[in-house]
Each structure stands twice: as structure tokens, then as C-alpha cells.
Ligand binder design. Structure first.
Ligand SMILES: Cc1cc2nc3c(=O)[nH]c(=O)nc-3n(C[C@H](O)[C@H](O)[C@H](O)COP(=O)(O)O)c2cc1C
Length: 435
């Protein structure tokens, strides 16, 4: 999960090490890091961990990251990403647009406020030239090469949730007429170029996976049928060691399990959001499948594995509260009924649904999970599932106010002195004119 801990130089730091040390002890079978940006100009968040150019990298920081994650024997895969049309302003000059297969802006709502915010914070992407496509491919390959040197077990190409690779795969955001978009299969070529470029620079034992959308869950976006074809083409192309199945984009955040998925009876029993899709594509590919989203109970997970719907269970949000959740799930002395993730309600999140922006509720819920990670990583405290959104925001505001006290005193001081000086001069002028 995106940790949002990369302030300053956006490199792995003490906070990241402390956070991943906790997960490293959690009895997971595999750790997948939060998305790491391959191009510093186009991150998902300004506080993401990012990969600088090969000549600027301090490899020791990345080696320590890999060591911490794998110190208890858990192989760790780094998710590599380019945020594309979903990249907000901050790391690139104001006038420089973001990049995407086609110049189709992201939508965060259909009202004037949302459109204005969208225009100034994200903007309309520029259609990528061939040179920009090649440059992005190279950046993914460079990232993989660095992760080999650091000692990680593999990389996962983030090709879901509406980011750059995902936007090439979707008919809604890829309107190109060249070999990167003229046909549904052509839309795969950007991903295939990345896979081939990575494979050319990593050793055989280094895993290369991909996270894919089962659908975009938005009008004109990737459908389940097309996503199914994409899995078949990936299988034919080769070079991919695992596929993680997810869904949605930041315009329709189905990965957060909101109203976007019409869940069938079967899915409800099985609890995971995208398991029906996994069942459908299971015989289309021999590549191992991970399904992420919604898994909470040992029974639900057992059911998915026993029924051969997938090979791996992905768990995200609950692990911000219970860093050792797998240990609990695997402990056979704990009954089936109790072998599940702690249930929690994020109190205060509903208030934000009145804001006129798409997915604001799931955005705040994501932030809440980041706060839990920050409690552990920055404050060296335990997570707190009772934390309320309004309470945390108030604390942040008070902190800002407290930090600003010297500036406020200085400001009032300057104002006071200016008034005194003005008074002094006007009195002197009065006296002089009175003379
Ligand atoms: C704080 C936070 C950060 C996330 N960061 C990422 C990320 O970097 N890459 C990614 O593919 N998904 C990311 N996700 C989505 C999760 O990986 C996952 O798909 C989603 O939370 C559903 O799984 P869950 O029900 O097990 O939480 C993030 C989710 C949260 C809450």
C-alpha cells in the first residue's frame, strides 16, 4: 500500500524501514510494497517513494529497504508505477501537463467546483509521443534493474486503477490509432514492451508480475470481457510470473469495495470483490493468480483457495491495523469464527461524502489507513482503529496553529510596531505644523 512517507528526497527512509519491519514479522507468504514511482515527474502523490535516475540513486537505501522487508524470510516484490493522467501537480512545472495515451482528462465530478479543481490540480494530459512511450518503457526497466541490485525478489507492474499502463489498456482513455491503440490487442503493446524491456535486464529467478483491472467500472471503460481477453493475450505473450486481479480507477474506485461492484450471491458468500472474475479467467491462463480486495475471514480465504479460484490471497487495509493478521489466520488453535480481521468503522468519514467530488469517501478512508501507517512509522505507536476522521483533522489543524504561533506573534509584533511608528510620525508632523 502507498505509504505516503516519502517526504524530502522521496527515497526509502527510517519511517519506511520501521513500517515494513512490522509487516516483515507478520507471517505473510509474500510482501508487495506500496507503489514506487518510476518517473519522479508523474507520481500518484508528492509523498510517494520514487526512483531517481540510475546515476543519482543511493542504492544503499534500497538495499536496506529490501533487507528489512526480507529479514524474516518473506520474499518481497516492489510494485512499480507511473501515475500518468492521474498524477497531480507538484513535482513537475505548473505549465507541464501530465502524459497519457490520449488527451482525455480525469474526471473528479461534474460540477463547477470539481471541474475547476481538476483543471488546476491535474489538468488535461498530453498525448504521448513515441519517444515518450519509449522513455516510459525504459524507466520501468531501469526501476526493475535497480530492484535486482537492491536484492528484492521481483517487481509488479501496476497496470490497474487508472494509472499510466492501465490507461493504455482501457478503451475509455486510449483512443490512439497507432500500434499502441488501434485495436484492443494493440492496447496491450505498451505493457508488453515494458515486460520485454524488464525481462531483458533481470535474471531468470527475479519475478515479474502485473496488477490488472477485472473491469474499470465506468461507462466506456474496460469491460470484464475485454479484461478476460487481456489475460489470454498476456498468457500467450509470456514473461509474466503472476497476475494480481483488482478493479476500478480513481474515477470509480471499485478497489475500495464501494457501490461499484454488483456483488452476486456467490461473491457475497466468498467475500472478495473480484473472485467471480478470477473464476471465469482461471482456465484461460496458467499464470498464478492473486486476488486482492475484500478478503477478511479464514473461511472466505480457504473457500477461494480450495475452490481453485486463485493461488494467492491479497490483503491490504486490515494489515494497517493488524500487522500480524496472517499469523492469526494461520493459527489453527484459533477457531474459524475468530480467525478473521478485526472489524472497524471509520468514524467521521460520512461527513465528507457531502463534498462534490467523485470517490471522496474512499479517498478519506484511504487517508485514514495512511494515518494508521504513520502512527506506527513516524510516531512509533500502535494503530488505533477508534481514530475518528474529524478528531485527526482537528489534531492536524491544532498542530499547524501551534507551529504558527511564533509567526503569528511576529506578525502582530510587526503590526504593533508599524502602528507605533505611524503614530510617532503623525504626532511629530502635527507638532511641526503647529509650530
Ligand atoms: C492506504 C492505501 C494505499 C494503497 N496503495 C496501493 C498501491 O500503492 N498500489 C495498489 O495496487 N493498490 C493500493 N491500494 C489498494 C489496495 O492494494 C487494495 O487493492 C484495496 O485496498 C482492496 O483490498 P483490501 O480489501 O484487502 O484492502 C491502497 C489502498 C489503501 C487503503
Amino acid at each position: 500500500m502507498e505509504e505516503s512517507l516519502g517526504s524530502g528526497d522521496n527515497q526509502p527512509n527510517e519511517y519506511i524501514y520501521r513500517l515494513y519491519e512490522r509487516w516483515a514479522k507478520g507471517s505473510f507468504g509474500l510482501l508487495l510494497t506500496g507503489n514506487v514511482q518510476v518517473d519522479e515527474r508523474y507520481p500518484g502523490l508528492m509523498t510517494d517513494i520514487m526512483i531517481p535516475s540510475k546515476d543519482k540513486i543511493d542504492i544503499e537505501k534500497w538495499k536496506r529497504y529490501a533487507d528489512v522487508c526480507q529479514s524474516h524470510g518473506i520474499p518481497t516484490i516492489v510494485q512499480i508505477n507511473h501515475a500518468g493522467r492521474q498524477s497531480p501537480l507538484g513535482k513537475r512545472p505548473y505549465k507541464q501537463p501530465t502524459i497519457a495515451p490520449s488527451p482525455i482528462p480525469m474526471s473528479i465530478g461534474d460540477n463547477i467546483l470539481a471541474r475547476t479543481l481538476q483543471r488546476f490540480v491535474i489538468g488535461t494530459p498530453e498525448e504521448m509521443t513515441r519517444a515518450q512511450i519509449d522513455e516510459a518503457v525504459e524507466k520501468f526497466a531501469d526501476a526493475a534493474e535497480i530492484m535486482v541490485k537492491a536484492g528484492f525478489a521481483g517487481v509488479e507492474i501496476h497496470a490497474s486503477h487508472g494509472y499510466l499502463v492501465s490507461s493504455f489498456l482501457s478503451p475509455k482513455t486510449n483512443k490512439r490509432r497507432d500500434e499502441y491503440g488501434a485495436t484492443p490487442k494493440d492496447r496491450m503493446n505498451f505493457l508488453f514492451n515494458i515486460v520485454d524491456a524488464i525481462k531483458a535486464v533481470v535474471p531468470q529467478r527475479f519475478a515479474v508480475g502485473v496488477k490488472l483491472n477485472s473491469a474499470d467500472f465506468s461507462a466506456g471503460g474496460l469491460t470484464e470481457e475485454e479484461a478476460h481477453d487481456q489475460i489470454r493475450w498476456i498468457n500467450e505473450h509470456g514473461g509474466i510470473d503472476f497476475i494480481e486481479i483488482s478493479g476500478g480507477t480513481y474515477e470509480a474506485p471499485a478497489m475500495a469495495g464501494t457501490e461499484y461492484q454488483p456483488r452476486s450471491e456467490r461473491t457475497r458468500t466468498r467475500e472478495a470483490y473480484f473472485i467471480d472474475f478470477a473464476v471465469k479467467v482461471r482456465n484461460t491462463t496458467t499464470i498464478p493468480l492473486i486476488v486482492t480486495g475484500g478478503f477478511r475471514t479464514r473461511e472466505g480465504m480457504n473457500d477461494a483457495i480450495r475452490s481453485n479460484a486463485c493461488d494467492f490471497i491479497g490483503i491490504s487495509r486490515p494489515t494497517c491495523i493488524q500487522f500480524n493478521l496472517p499469523a492469526i489466520l494461520l493459527d489453527q488453535s484459533i477457531s474459524h469464527k475468530d480467525a478473521q480481521a478485526l472489524q472497524y468503522d471509520i468514524r467521521g468519514v460520512q461527513i465528507f461524502n457531502i463534498l462534490p467530488f467523485t470517490g471522496v469517501g474512499s479517498g478519506i478512508a484511504t487517508l485514514w489507513h495512511n494515518w494508521q501507517m504513520h502512527r506506527v512509522a513516524i510516531e512509533n505507536r500502535e494503530p488505533d482503529p477508534t481514530l475518528t476522521v474529524h478528531g485527526k483533522i482537528l489534531t492536524i489543524l491544532l498542530k499547524i496553529l501551534k507551529k504558527s504561533i511564533p509567526s503569528i506573534i511576529l506578525l502582530f509584533g510587526i503590526l504593533f510596531i508599524s502602528v507605533l511608528i505611524k503614530q510617532f510620525f503623525s504626532k511629530t508632523a502635527e507638532k511641526m505644523t503647529g509650530l
